[in-house]
Design a protein around this ligand. Structure first.
Ligand SMILES: Nc1ncnc2c1ncn2[C@@H]1O[C@H](COP(=O)(O)OP(=O)(O)OP(=O)(O)O)[C@@H](O)[C@H]1O
Ligand SMILES: [Mg+2]
Length: 159
């Protein structure tokens, strides 16, 4: 992956965190220990992150748990809208890391800080007739083409 941090113009502090996934996992523990229903501490932090992205980048789509912002030509950032979204981001990163154990192609991604997932941007304009058989196993056929024309899954969150 080229440097998504530079593309996104995020801070040097975020850049340091991106390389330390254990740090991110430690930070996430309290969310799951204290849930349900809601962790007020993280809520504030998530709202701040969301405000930051809203003010800087255009949104390219929204699901039940996350909103995606375009952060340059090649990448999007997924920001959690709730705790499921936080978990979805971690799950996608873990799946991507272990991708050799899976038969499906996942869009490249990595965490930036504790909550934000940076993912390669896919072209979501797909013709249903051209899709291979395996897509029927993908939740709502959420697939798109990468910059080389390879079909990949972009939503492989847990929820
Ligand atoms: N890699 C990507 N490239 C381009 N657009 C994307 C990408 N990932 C997500 N999007 C856009 O952002 C939207 C929300 O992302 P995503 O589907 O991952 O969120 P979610 O909350 O997990 O959704 P769901 O409600 O399906 O569980 C997508 O519907 C899509 O429009
Ligand atoms: Mg989705």
């Amino acid at each position: 992956m080229s440097n998504p941090i530079e593309d996104a113009m995020l801070t040097a502090e975020d850049a340091k965190k991106i390389s330390d996934e254990n740090y991110a996992k430690e930070q996430l523990k309290p969310i799951f220990r204290d849930a349900p229903p809601y962790n007020i501490m993280f809520q504030k932090e998530l709202e701040d992150i969301l405000c930051f992205f809203k003010s800087k980048f255009p949104s390219v789509g929204r699901g039940r748990n996350r909103i995606a912002f375009s952060i340059g030509k090649n990448y999007i950032a997924k920001i959690p809208l709730n705790e499921e979204g936080v978990y979805d981001n971690c799950h996608e990163r873990l799946c991507y890391k272990n991708r050799r154990n899976w038969e499906y192609p996942y869009a490249r991604c990595r965490m930036c800080g504790d909550f934000v997932l940076i993912m390669e941007k896919l072209d979501l304009k797909v013709n249903k007739k051209d899709l291979p058989d395996w897509v029927k196993w993908v939740d709502c056929a959420q697939v798109g083409y990468d910059s080389r024309g390879m079909l990949k899954i972009y939503d492989y969150g847990y929820y």
